[in-house]
Design a protein around this ligand. Sequence first.
Ligand code: ADP
Ligand code: ZN
Ligand code: ZN
Length: 803
Amino acid sequence: MNIARVVVDVPSMSTDQVFDYRIPDSYLSVVEKGMRVIVPFGPRKVMGFVVDITAESSFHRLREIEDVMDFTPILTEELLSLGKWLADTTLSFYLSALQVMLPQVLKAKYKKEIWKLTEDHHLSETIQTLFAGRDVINFQEVEDRNIPYTQIQKEVKKGLIEVRYAVKSKETKKKVLWVKPMKDPHLLQEYADELSKNAAKQKQIIEYFLENNSPIPLTQLRNKLGITRSPIDTLQKKQLVSVFEQEMYRDPYEHRAFKQSYPLPLTEQQRQAMEPIEKALISEQHDVFLLHGVTGSGKTEVYLQSIQKVLAKGQEAIVLVPEIALTPQMVERFKSRFGSKVAVLHSALSAGEKYDEWRKIQRNEVSVVVGARSAIFAPFKNLGIIIIDEEHETSYKQEDHPRYHARDVAIFRGEKHRCPVVLGSATPTLETFARARKGVYQLLTLSKRMNDQSMPAVEIIDMREELHNGNRSMFSQALQQKIVERMNRNEQMVLFLNRRGYSTFVICRDCGETIQCPHCDISLTYHKRQNRLKCHYCAYEQPMPNACPKCESPSIRYFGTGTQKVEEELNKTFPEAKVIRMDVDTTSRKGSHERLLKKFGQGEADILLGTQMIAKGLDFENVTLVGVLAADSMLHLPDFRASEKTFQLLTQVSGRAGRHHLPGEVMVQTYTPEHYSVILASQYDFEGFYQKEMHIRKTFQYPPYYFLTLVHVSHENHVFVVDVIQRITKVLSTELQRETKILGPTPSPLSRIKNRYRYQCMVKYRNEPNIHVIMKKILQMYEEDIQKNELQITIDFQPYQMM
Ligand code: ADP
Ligand code: ZN
Ligand code: ZN
């Protein structure tokens, strides 16, 4: 077994295969599957993943592995096979599929170090000499001294030393200063009694340690007592306390104490939902569950108690939460229940922090991970459950190579580990709900809210009426009145505006008419330069009308307001109201999201104004009014899921009001109050919406009745890109089956970005067993242009973004 099969770090179609290398004798017992190695490749040396080890190769003269990067596998066998599957199903390189599972730090060229995790005398002599009393050494020294890797590996496996990637970054701190008491309490007490009055700070510190006889991070102590470093130093000089350094994980939640929470006695409906999950856990059966429950129906408690069962069996759990719902409030619920067993992974963490959380998982120091999309790749070896909360969230789909959906990965891993996958949502996707209906997934329902609170009443406000009554502002009379009421009562409000900018549809402000494609049931997109309306699915187009085709009003124009403009108008209309605005502009800095929410939670503002990011997971006692300023801005996106997204969003936003004892109210402003998503959302009628929307999907041939694949092409040369997309469309129409529909080619909704022209075509099909092969052929046709980085072709088998 001296041949390693290696996936090399050369991302190109011709190198997207496994290469054989001989393992030199010195590395024979070192190299394992899932490790990274350095191999010669042409004239270069490149990194590669060992994906298999065999005894034979069909090639004769093999080159040798030059170096070993890891001493323990960084990918398990399961993850290696997951990578292969990902590459095949998303048409991405095997290499990219493996890399997407790893923290950034392991992808870049970071300095490698060896850390000592034990006392010297536990180590072998060679290693002791290597460290020469130090705790950390540069890996280079191993090479310089020619120490056999097997010796390093032996100690690594025993957990005595560790190979780590050093991360240089301002925000990372690997070492933390701690303070601990050095004397018995009675001696401390004596000293404190003798202190003079102007040494109040020293006294405070001593008193702290009298109450808490344990070490505390220095900064935490300073914050707690509001003191500077100097009184601590003074006490250190007197040998009453000691300041010491300790290597520490960069735990982003380290400053927060979490109060232990305990399982609540389940309600009858929770118990009924939990039972089948528990059964699957006990029988180690891979089942997919859809936990369909309105907000506040106790889904999270079901997750927590299911995880508890998993931990009791000595297994691990992954919980996915959408990035924007990964709020401190959400994290707190898991941390309070499972304490330090929980790792948290989200994109706001620095590279170093992510690496630390990942290492905790890899070293089995935690057994629960709560995180955004990529946490689905957590390298657990003994998974007992995978939970995806808010399963309808589109952020679970990665919009870059490899274009995977976390739900699919979850199900793949669930099968391998023979463990249940639980999808939770108040507004599941049509795809998921249809599968649950057919019995492919098991449907579990929580129909009642805890304490039988009813959902807040929703009032739909017809903005056309407002216009007819002479109100041209973006706040209806009714909403203005409610805002004033709340101000007088000192209650808080959330005002919601869909994603800023990007408004491409036209709407008649008199009658609410929007112009749809006659073939695709999506809104036409307004192109300013040509003054025309175009469909981005099928290329239908027409001139922009001067008057509304329905009511002949000239008030037909394209639609859109940004949050900034709303804020200005709010300030004008309600000068005494304090407003916090949350959108991509105000929350781009790390931690600002959390800070703004905290301010709002502490009552420092009356109104929270924001985009989708405020729609989820927020839970503020004092919020009694939620206003949706323009339901239309989502309803008419050029996307066949526009109605579904509107329904989901309105439902979710409504759930933000009246979560506690104060009753809540929701006001939805719209120019199309008769639209079924608006009406059914206001009645919290998911079932009704599902029926209606399924019917439309069937009529216009969309998922879940049909599959979609989007082919997207971009290039700087307009003529060339048009030629490419036309040829692709032609190839597709000859290769695909006759019943399959090819829409386009057409310019993308965003037809030019950064000087690149963008075109696309969409394939709709029911059954196309060779679609992957055919699409791969298309990529191969243009391999050269793609390789030169001039032409981009993306193939998306499960498109969510149609831009
Ligand atoms: P969801 O996740 O469906 O929005 P939660 O799990 O957050 O619902 O539950 C809503 C509220 O009800 C929370 O405050 C939670 O602590 C509480 N709760 C959940 N289950 C129970 C229970 N069995 N007994 C008492 N309170 C519960
Ligand atoms: Zn009109
Ligand atoms: Zn169309």
